[in-house]
Write a protein that binds this ligand. Sequence first.
Ligand code: C2E
Ligand code: CA
Ligand code: CA
Length: 952
Amino acid sequence: MSANPPAFSPIPRNELRLQQMNQLYAQSRLPQWLLLATAALITPLAWAQSSRDSLLLWIALLGLLALMRQALVRRYWLASTQDRLQRRWSRYFHLGNLASGLCLSWVHIGLTPLDNFPLQALMYSIAGGVSICVGVLYAPRYAAFASFMLPAWLPPVVYLLLDDAPSSLIWAQTGGLMFCFILLAAALIHRTMRNALITNLRNEALLGNLSHAHQRAEELNHQLTREISQRRQAEQSLRDSHDDLEERVRQRTAALEKATYDLQASEAQLTLAMEASQLGLWDWDLSTDKVYHSRLNALFGMPDEYVPSMRQDLRPLVHPADVTTVRRTLVRHMKNQSQAYRMEYRVRHSSGQWLWVEDSGRAVERASDGRVLRMIGTRRDISARKHQDEQAQLASTVFEATSEGIFILSPTLDVLAVNQAYSVITGRAREDAVGRNILDISGSDDLRQQFLHLQHMLKTQDRWQGELTARRRNGEPFPIWLQLAVVRNAGGQQTHYVGFFADLTTHRQTEEQLQYLTNYDPLTQLANRSLFTERMQDAIASARQHNQTVALLHIDLDRFKHINVTLGHAVADGLLQEVARRLSAGVDSQHTLARLSADEFVVIVERADDNQRLADLAGRLLESLRQPMLIAEHELVTTASIGISVFPSTARDSLLLLTQANQAMQHAKHLGGNRLQFYTRELRAYSLDRLQLENQLRKAIDEGQLVVHFQPKLHLASDRISSAEALVRWQHPDRGLVMPGDFITIAEETGLIVALGQKVLDIACEQAATWCHQGPQSVAVSVNLSVQQLRQEGFAERVRQTLQRHNLPARLLELELTESMLAEHSDQVADNIAALQALGVSLSVDDFGTGYSSLAYLKRFPINTLKIDRAFVAELDGANADNAIVLAIIAMAHSLSLKVVAEGVEHEGQLNFLKANGCDEVQGYLISKPIEAAAFTQLLEQNTSQLLDQDS
Ligand code: C2E
Ligand code: CA
Ligand code: CA
């Protein structure tokens, strides 16, 4: 494109010359033909005028020239472009023109007669005209023009000028003039032709340029087309790849959407699964100690959105018993000794409940040194499962431990499981039963039939129970009580039969035993109260019918309670069995001997007409019981009291008969025991009296009818009244002053003794405080206690309050206990005694020597004083009295650092003996009877002044 030629560049000379030459040659044949045509015209004209030879020569010459020109032109057109620019082509051409011009000028000179004007003019015109035409044809090339025109024109002009004929001059002049015009015309033509040629060339060049430009344009067009198509291709491929990309994006998006959907679905499933499994997820960041935890509320009762701290919030909730296991498991995992861990422990829910949780987790991030940075895991409440496990455990324990045989059957009666009791009862081992059909192991055709029948029945009902005869493995038949239950699944189909059976062999035995137990006393094998009542009613009924008498002997052991308390139940039971044996031996078999309660026995004597015989019987029984008995290495002597009542003489019915016998027995006891007593009318009055007394005593305590008398104790070494014993009396509104012997027992039996004892304690302390604070001198007061008081919880505390209330120092109070109280193996009694000692209160043992005297309790308990029973002191009276016991007691007491007080000192002799043998204090009528407080105060004053007198 840069080679685009300028529109008007100068035409190269060679190009112009070549074009001019081509033009010249292209028109070069026509002049020859014109000359031949001239010859053809001239010849006839000149034929007659001129020599024929010269004419023919001229014609021949013209013909030759024409042929030569023909050949030249042919050769020129065959020559190459380069060759055509050779000078020879114009030279040959000019030579031909010269010859032709000359030939034409010959017409004027040689052929035209100068004297024949018309011919001359005609011939001149023809020749002149032809030369003008040829001149015009050669005008574009000056050399060709000149090479023809000059020879054709100049010779005739010169010839005519030189001719003398007048017309010749004119012709010469005309010819000269014409030549000038021809020159002018030639110049114009030349210029025009030249310009045309140049224009033509220019146009050609332009055309060339144009075609070049066109070609170029075409090329560009091509290129453009190519580029466009390339671009189109590029565009297409771009579009394709864009489409492809879009498609892939679409696919990818779809895949992503699916993945997201799947993820959401699996997330939803996970959430559902977690919900269903009740899993709490936790994520513990150990660097911050924060725990991100789901289901916090369910597991710990914390708000779900709370982020607890492991150390502060969660760890303290672990059950103390599980803390060690939890820590050990965690440490093991943190030390990388386990891949993951799973453990079960209890945590405290905010509601205060302990929940069992299952905790699994593992470390997911560790520092380079192995330290755990983050842990994740799950925690779930398994309390229900634990509970189920426990239940299952319980069920299986019950299954195994129950004494009933249990077997579980499939619907086709195959044995699926049996318990231990099944094996024990049937003698068939578990392995021998499980897997076999119950019909095959039932052992008898009869039982097989029954099972088949039952199976049929259980199609319509879910339970059956009844008695069957089964067979043990050894073939022995035995009765069972079988309960069959059907187990159904949710669809109501029978899945199992469960059978429970009890071996009725033992049941029967038990029934017999029970039957026996309902009528007999298992300890003594005697008839019990129920059989007694039955026999008694029968006996009364029969006696009524036959007008006979029935006697009832009510036997009660004396002081049995003491044996029970001191020697224990085993010895007491042994004693009761021995008593039962002796009674059985003494009672005729036709009489009924029964045991009613602990130590109460009764004998029903039918047809008891003779009181003396009854008395003999009772006497014999008492005698047999009195004999010492050896029970568990203890030699025991026991006595009994027997009350006798007789139907119909005193009692009208069986109930009354029993009551009267009981009252008679009580009376015998009251009289000291070891005796028999018939029920009499007086006894009835007495017992009514007792009932009355009991009611009155109740009132007496509340209404302040109780008074306390004080009996002094004389300190022998100083001869001073050092202390006093408080003894209760009842100031009865009708009966006057009632002594304790008449109401203490009732108070004991009714429990009133506790209130009574507290009253006496209160009065005694008040009085002691008065003496202590108002004189004449301090006196220690001793108060008698009942065992029932000591058995009371908080008794010592009440004593402390009483002392405090009256502002009495504890050392001025002494409490008197009996040996049986100390012998009682009761924690409460021991606690009270210890607490009393701690208070600083003194303790003494009353009536020492009458009970089951044992050194052991003297050592065990914090006793300060022994009071020798009145009975031993009374012994000191006799002439040949045995003083050994009193001496022994004094010696023993002193060896244990105990003070000794002798009770019931009535005579000087006793006093002297005691004084002589180191007894510390004496109490008794010799010193003073128990007296009112005011009298005691006087006594004190006397004693004090006596002492002062002695001193002075
Ligand atoms: P005890 O504890 O052995 O009291 C001594 C008893 O002997 C008193 O009889 C007293 O009057 C009597 N006595 C004192 N010196 C002589 C004497 O020289 N010769 C004779 N023959 N007797 C003498 P009392 O007052 O009739 O008391 C009888 C029993 O009643 C007491 O025997 C005691 O066991 C009980 N008793 C009295 N007061 C209470 C009390 O407040 N609470 C309790 N639980 N029992 C009490
Ligand atoms: Ca006493
Ligand atoms: Ca006493």
